[in-house]
Every structure is written in C-alpha cells, then in structure tokens.
Design a protein around this ligand. Structure first.
Ligand code: PLP
Length: 350
C-alpha cells in the first residue's frame, strides 16, 4: 500500500519507530557498501553488468526465461498490464489490489485497459466462480477480457499454492493470461518455506519488489518469457524509460536477495508479537500471516492516539482499521518501544 502520513523530517528522526510501511526501510551498511562497489554501465544499452546479473539471478530463481529491472513496482506492474493487454482489453483484478486501487488508475489512464474489479474473499483470493462470471463473451458490446491479475501477499495474507494452481489453470483454460503483483512475494515464500519457482507457478508474469521488506532503496523486477519481456522493455521506455547506471540500485537488490530474505521471518514474528500484546490491552488485533497487522482502534480515539504516538517517535497510520507493518528497521527493541507508547496511552477506557 502506498505511503500515507507525515513526511519524515527532523520531527521524525531515523531513530523513531516507523510502522507505516516496510517501504520505509533504509539500506543497511552492507547494502550501501555493495552499492558503492557496484560495477556499472549504461543499462539502456544493456551494458550494466550488475543489472544484468540481478535480472539473470531473479529469472533463474523464479524459473522464468527473462527479467527486466524497473524503477518501481508501479512502473513494472503497468508495463506488465500493457504487455498483456491492448486498447479495449480488460483485466480482472481484486477490489483491494494495488494495481487497481493504489496505482493512479494507470492501466485505464495510460494503457486504455478496462479494469474489471472483483470483490476479494476474506482470505484475499478471488473466487473462481466470480472470475468465470466476469469473463465477457466475444461480442462487440464488451471489452475483451484478456488477463487475470492477482497479488501475493495481499494485505499481508498469503495466497496458498493449491488455490493459485487452480485459479491459474482456470484462467488459462478460459484463454486469459495471468499476472502476479509479487511486491511481497518473498514474505509468502518465507512464510510457506517453499522455493521461489513454486510460489509463482502458473503465472505468465510476476513483478517482484526489492524496496519493501527486502530493504533496497528502489527497484522492482518483472519476470516473463523472453518475448513478453521484450514487449515490456518497449513499454518501460514509454513509461519514463530505463535507468542508466542502475547497477548501484541493482547491487542493493542482489545484496538483499543474499542477506535479507530469511530475515523476513523475524518481521513476521514481530507482527505476531505486536498483535498479542495489543490484544492484552483489550484491542481487537487480527492474527497476522506475515508482516502486516490490522487492529481496530475506536474511532473516537484515533486522532488523539496518533498524536500521542507521534510525540513519542512512533509513526503509524492510525484509523479505525489501523494497519501496522513490521520490517527490518523495526527490530524487537523498537517494537517494545512502540508497545510501551500504546500501553501509556491514557484514554483506552474513556
Ligand atoms: C502490493 C504492492 N504492489 C505494488 C506496489 C508499488 O511499488 P512501488 O511503491 O515501488 O511503486 C506496492 C507499494 O507499496 C505494493 O504494496
């Protein structure tokens, strides 16, 4: 989900506890060293050896023919949608999906692609029956339904491999392509303890973010067939272009893949701990599956609680349905600091 909240300023020093999103993670010392040492070239010419290494490594790990580095997940997702669908085509997508809800309507605005949003089930999936009902007949009245787009994890929930196998098989039987917004696919992989390739089986394309819990400062990689990626490369150019000496960013991604993936398990454990301790305060906290936790805050307290926390250096988007996100820059000590600030809030019973 996109950042919404106060800009980090001198009022919000780096030592504050920031639970707004995992996108707030800063590059670690080892990552910065790897970035400084990166061999670079002009990536638009295909000359950047570090970008090439990152693309080759991710493609191999996820079992795809080809990969392409993008500045952001938003750019990567949109290039994917535009590579699958043309003007007057339609994609099926969850109401809660990032590509539909939080990417500026890019598919419609820039791609001339009609989104057909479907209600997400409580577990984040899209029902196969609903998908079937939404596929339009081949008739000039309708947009051509071309693509099913899913997201994993979605709101921190993990879509299970048996469901993914079934839904992607169904989509292919109905002649739809399949795209996965895997901004947090590594959270699902670590949670399930499965191989990257098993987590994305059945998808024709996948967008993987390096700048969420993995802690890189920017960058996403789109995966697909060779032909698909060549098409996406054309759209990347039209959507702002490639980056030049992007190896400094790719080096951060390579470092994260080597050093930060398994640490996501700690973020998941911290989210569970946070939920347990907030419940002890009498709050309704959902059981998190990964690093995203939802907790109900009485509406009358939300504004006041937010400033109480902010005064104590805790940044959180407090609403009646509050989302707290754990990540590598909020280790257990910082979670404790945040919890203490929640405990010190004087108005829980008012
Ligand atoms: C699920 C999901 N997909 C895509 C994106 C977009 O990534 P970016 O911020 O790099 O554009 C985000 C960002 O938070 C996200 O949460």
């Amino acid at each position: 989900m996109l950042f919404r909240g106060p800009v980090l300023s001198s009022d919000n020093p780096p030592e504050s506890v920031d639970l707004r999103s995992d996108t707030v993670t800063r590059p670690s010392a080892g990552m910065r060293a790897a970035m400084a040492a990166a061999e670079v070239g002009d990536d638009v010419y295909g000359d950047d050896p570090t970008v090439n290494r990152l693309q080759a490594q991710i493609a191999e790990r996820f079992g795809f023919e080809s990969a392409l580095f993008f500045a952001s997940g938003t750019q990567s997702n949109l290039a994917a949608l535009m590579s699958h669908c043309g003007r007057g085509d339609e994609y099926l997508v969850g109401q809660e999906a990032h590509t539909y809800k939080y990417e500026g309507g890019g598919a419609a605005v820039l791609g001339s692609i009609q989104p057909q949003p479907l209600e997400n089930e409580p577990d984040g999936s899209l029902s196969i029956q609903r998908i079937g009902n939404a596929i339009k007949p081949n008739d000039i009245h309708f947009a051509r339904t071309r693509l099913l787009a899913l997201e994993n994890t979605i709101g921190g929930r993990v879509l299970q491999p048996p469901y993914l196998r079934q839904v992607t098989e169904f989509a292919h039987e109905r002649r739809l392509s399949t795209h996965l917004d895997g901004a947090r696919i590594f959270n699902a992989i670590v949670k399930l303890g499965i191989a990257e390739s098993a987590a994305v089986a059945g998808f024709d394309s996948v967008s993987v973010c390096l700048s969420k819990g993995l802690g890189a400062p920017a960058g996403s990689v789109l995966l697909g067939s060779r032909e698909f990626i060549e098409q996406a490369r054309r759209w990347r150019k039209a959507l702002g272009g490639g980056m030049r000496q992007a190896g400094v960013l790719a080096a951060a991604g390579l470092y994260a893949l080597q050093h930060h993936v398994q640490q996501l398990a700690q973020d998941h454990a911290n989210a569970e701990y946070l939920a347990q301790e907030l419940r002890a305060l009498g709050l309704e906290a959902e059981t998190p599956q990964t690093n995203i936790l939802y907790v109900d805050i009485p509406a009358r307290l939300a504004g006041d609680l937010k400033s109480h926390l902010q005064q104590r250096g805790i940044l959180a988007t407090i609403t009646p349905r509050t989302r707290l996100v754990t990540h590598r820059d909020a280790p257990r000590e910082k979670i404790e600091t945040a919890l203490q600030a929640f405990r010190d809030y004087p108005h829980w019973n008012s």
